[in-house]
Design a protein around this ligand. Structure first.
Ligand SMILES: [Zn+2]
Ligand SMILES: [Zn+2]
Length: 108
């Protein structure tokens, strides 16, 4: 629907001038708003792409951090797995005596 830009009168599709105030009728006033919505769409697309990228990076960083943490846990677990030569109990690597049987683990 076309309306007069001056007085707001509803204009016929074929009108070149407003029948009420005589102002030149600008046709396709409504479609003039389309470039803006396309721009918005593009902006949204860009934003979602940026968000996707950010999520990808964050996911990579999180998994890398998780790997580092799990490796730290693994190595700390390995450090604690010093078997007693007498009873086989697992002792911390810095243990001098077995916590279970009391035997000396370290020779020095
Ligand atoms: Zn008018
Ligand atoms: Zn022991």
């Amino acid at each position: 629907m076309v309306y007069c830009s001056n007085c707001g009168e509803k204009l016929p599709e074929t009108a070149n001038f407003c029948p009420k105030c005589g102002v030149k009728a600008f046709k396709n006033v409504e479609t003039a708003a389309q470039p803006v919505s396309t721009e918005l769409k593009d902006a949204f697309n860009k934003m979602s792409q940026e968000l996707e990228k950010a999520f990808e990076i964050a996911a990579k960083e999180i998994s890398a951090a998780f790997q580092t943490v799990s490796e730290n846990i693994k190595s700390s677990l390995q450090r604690e797995l010093l078997a007693c030569p007498s009873c086989g109990a697992k002792n911390p690597s810095d243990a001098v005596f077995c916590h279970k049987c009391g035997k000396r683990i370290k020779s020095e």
